[in-house]
Design a protein around this ligand. Structure first.
Ligand SMILES: [Zn+2]
Length: 188
């Protein structure tokens, strides 16, 4: 019955917040599940048990139109009350329509990156954000100066990745840094 979107750069705690919000629904005896894009092209389903003994399902679906359809099918057929979706930027725009539709009967909480390493918006994140009933914009801490960071810098051997490098490259601290708008270096 509601669509919530959590956005921000890498290392801003989006997934942690998503899990917290789903777990509190599960605590209130709602059926919760978290969907995330499968980056190795495989479908998977596992059960997560929290330290409080709460249980919810975590599904990996392909970041494709088929994966989005599967997400809708699972959420509907399994009667999930609280649908969490992680890393929405990886999904095609079909996700927007599906989550918008699901949010008439379910609580939908989606999270994802605000901007690409080029500091450009991700279409799916943007489209979903403006349709949301509630938006939480998280920031990280700039590794350079300690200000609030809203950008994600991709680095290759310590230098900003070139502008023409791929939009999606999976990595962690070795590849990405949260930076504020002053410290962010636009790729060339
Ligand atoms: Zn800074």
């Amino acid at each position: 019955m509601v669509l919530e979107v959590i956005i921000g750069p890498m290392f801003s705690g989006k997934t942690t917040e998503l899990i917290r919000l789903i777990e509190r629904e599960v605590f209130a005896k709602k059926k919760g599940a978290i969907f995330k894009p499968s980056l190795d092209r495989r479908y998977s389903e596992k059960e997560v048990v929290t330290h409080n003994g709460l249980r919810y399902k975590a599904y990996q679906v392909l970041p494709s139109r088929g994966g989005v359809r599967r997400l809708e099918k699972i959420a509907t057929e399994k009667g999930i009350d609280a649908v969490g979706v992680d890393e929405i930027q990886f999904f095609p725009e079909e996700l927007v329509e599906v989550l918008d539709r699901l949010s008439f009967t379910k609580k939908v909480i989606a999270c994802g990156l605000n901007l690409s390493f080029r500091a450009e918006p991700f279409r799916t994140t943007m489209e979903l954000t403006v349709r949301a009933d509630k938006v939480t914009y998280l920031s990280a801490v700039c590794v350079r100066c300690g200000r609030e960071a809203t950008r994600t810098q991709r680095l290759i051997s310590g230098k900003p990745a070139p502008k023409d490098s791929p939009l999606f490259v999976v990595g962690g601290k070795e590849l990405y840094e949260p930076r504020c708008r002053l410290c962010y270096e636009p790729p060339k």
